[in-house]
Design a protein around this ligand. Structure first.
Ligand SMILES: Cc1cc2nc3c(=O)[nH]c(=O)nc-3n(C[C@H](O)[C@H](O)[C@H](O)COP(=O)(O)OP(=O)(O)OC[C@H]3O[C@@H](n4cnc5c(N)ncnc54)[C@H](O)[C@@H]3O)c2cc1C
Length: 529
């Protein structure tokens, strides 16, 4: 039987990205006497989406904008249903978020006494060191951190949270943390669909490899509902590095041409994905961003902007010894994604960020119901969730940990390791994920299916995913690190199954929702058909 290292706390935060770090800091600020434990599966200084840097803080309401104008913008660009009660409290905290980040030491650009502008809703920043700043802040504030520990399961007692169990990625030791409240902040879900651009490494560029959907999978396994997974989004990315194109088309306003040399009509990066899809469907791909008119100074500045936010693009240019202005940059479309930056998919929460399970909360890209959050919204949601947790704590009593369940959960995690020594062979987690992505791509509206959802194919997808789920007991691995890869494969498979159920339900109500490509590329408005 596995040995457990045990700890008790008031609040356990699962995931040390933007949301988890700021929520933990805010909790200590609200109640310095609280014992707050933060559990992160990687190294806090560079984990999560912010680990690779950030160039723009958004959405921020500049002086000439309002909550209403942002809500109208969200409605217009079609990122899924927009619920003002969910979005408004985040927008209202924008200035507070910027103030806090500045105090942590983040260089935020200003113009006069106001934050400078990057596009309509952004503030430029040099965010390369934001993650180390947050990690340092946690130490200063007295948050107990457990790094390299992946949460594998939530301990539930009746309809109350009791804590969580995690697996040390290096030592293989299990950590059991009892808590009165648990905040899920484990990020988004990437890698559900095959990426034609990078089949063996599907997270390069656009999304963090740690975004395995574990926040959603943890919630599902604890009986908590997910919401809005049927709203899938896609982005236009640079073909070589898969870095987003906002800096080029929004900040620099560069035109985009199809293979016939015709300019694509589009409004912002939101409309661009739709325009590219239209061109490709008409056989007029690939599309390219016209960068050859840039001055050497502008090109240098663009490289610097990418270095701050998506270094993979800058590194690709450096490795090839080219400048972005040497020749037009080819655009590709990302595979569909659920939740995260664009869509409202995630764990169902109420406007105060409580889930239906007493003592369990969610914030950041794990929490659903709020499209278009951006990093400012994620930080604001962390502040909101921390406030709710602090207010609820008085009535939250510690619940008993179910020892039998802890043992069975540790066995679930160790099984692929034990199986290898017992049987000697089995299914590799990479292989399972690869098969899952191909199934999703072909039958659940991936790129090769033209992003279309067909009811019969969806049924086939469901059956194929069920077949893959039957293979899970045969997973094998030879190291603790690979045991975590097995967990990731299982998490993704579970979320993919949930996504298919959401898509099926959606079909019954008359539609399939691929955000952005549902926009009219010319107007940036939702298409009428
Ligand atoms: C390509 C891309 C570009 C973006 N660009 C911008 C931009 O320009 N401006 C902007 O405002 N926003 C941008 N965003 C959005 C913004 O960066 C994210 O919304 C935000 O950083 C997400 O924070 P998070 O804490 O919710 O998730 P994450 O940053 O993903 O953090 C989740 C953390 O949880 C950890 N974790 C996951 N599972 C477990 C587990 N089981 N146990 C323990 N730990 C776990 C992960 O390792 C990670 O550290 C971008 C996002 C992407 C993907």
């Amino acid at each position: 039987m596995a040995d457990f290292i045990r700890a008790e706390c008031d609040v356990l935060v699962l995931g040390g990205g933007a949301a988890g770090c700021l929520a933990a800091l805010r909790l200590k600020e609200l109640e310095p006497g609280l014992r707050v434990v933060l559990l992160e599966q990687a190294a806090l200084e560079r984990s999560g989406r912010l680990g690779t840097g950030l160039a723009v803080l958004s959405p921020y309401l500049h002086q000439d904008e309002s909550v209403e104008s942002y809500l109208a913008h969200l409605g217009k660009i079609g990122r899924g249903p927009v619920d003002g009660t969910m979005v408004r409290p985040l927008l209202e905290r924008g200035a507070e978020v910027l103030g806090r980040l500045t105090r942590l030491g983040l260089p935020v650009e200003t113009k006069g006494s106001e934050p400078a502008r990057a596009g309509r809703w952004g503030v430029p920043c040099r965010g390369g060191d934001l993650k180390p700043l947050l990690a340092h802040g946690l130490v200063e504030a007295g948050v107990d951190t457990l790094e390299h520990v992946a949460a594998t399961g939530l301990c539930v007692a009746g309809r109350r949270i009791a804590g969580a169990i995690g697996f040390h990625v290096r030592s293989g030791v299990f950590h059991v943390v009892g808590a009165r409240a648990v905040l899920l902040a484990a990020g988004a879900t990437a890698g559900l669909y095959r990426s034609p651009l990078a089949e063996s490494s599907p997270h390069r560029g656009a999304a963090s490899p740690f975004n395995d959907g574990s926040g959603l999978a943890l919630a599902l396994r604890a009986g908590v509902e997910l919401t809005g997974l049927e709203y899938r989004s896609q982005t236009a990315v640079l073909a070589g590095s898969r870095a987003p194109v906002e800096i080029l088309v929004e900040e620099y306003g560069l035109p985009v041409f199809n293979a016939r040399g015709e300019a694509l009509p589009f409004t912002g990066a939101d409309g661009l994905a739709a325009a590219v899809l239209e061109a490709e469907t008409a056989g007029l791909g690939p599309c390219r961003i016209e960068t050859t008119g840039l001055s050497a100074r502008e090109a240098k500045r663009i490289v610097a902007r990418y270095l701050e936010s998506h270094p993979v693009a800058a590194l690709c240019w450096a490795a090839e010894g080219v400048s972005p202005r040497d020749e037009p940059l080819e655009i590709a479309l990302s595979e569909p994604a659920v939740g995260g930056l664009d869509s409202p998919g995630g764990v169902a929460v109420d406007p105060d960020r409580r889930t239906a399970l007493t003592g369990l909360y969610a914030a950041g890209e794990t929490a659903g119901g709020t499209p278009g959050k951006g990093v400012v919204g994620v930080f604001a949601e962390a502040l909101l969730a921390a406030q709710t947790v602090a207010a609820d704590l008085e009535r939250l009593k510690r619940a008993e940990l179910d020892e039998e369940w802890l043992v069975s959960e540790s066995r679930r995690v160790e099984e692929p390791l034990l199986r290898l020594s017992r049987v000697g062979e089995g299914i590799d987690p990479h292989e399972l994920e690869l098969r899952m992505r191909r199934v999703m791509d072909a039958y659940a509206g991936g790129q090769s299916a033209g992003f279309r959802i067909e009811p019969e194919l969806l049924e086939k997808c469901r059956a194929e995913l069920d077949r893959l789920a039957e293979q899970v007991p045969f997973l094998v691995c030879s190291s603790n690190h690979d045991a975590v890869l097995c967990l990731r494969a299982r998490n993704r498979l579970l979320v993919a199954q949930a996504l298919v159920e959401h898509l099926r339900g959606d079909r019954e109500h008359g539609g399939s929702k691929l955000l952005r490509s549902a926009l009219d590329p010319k107007t940036g408005e939702p298409a009428t058909n």
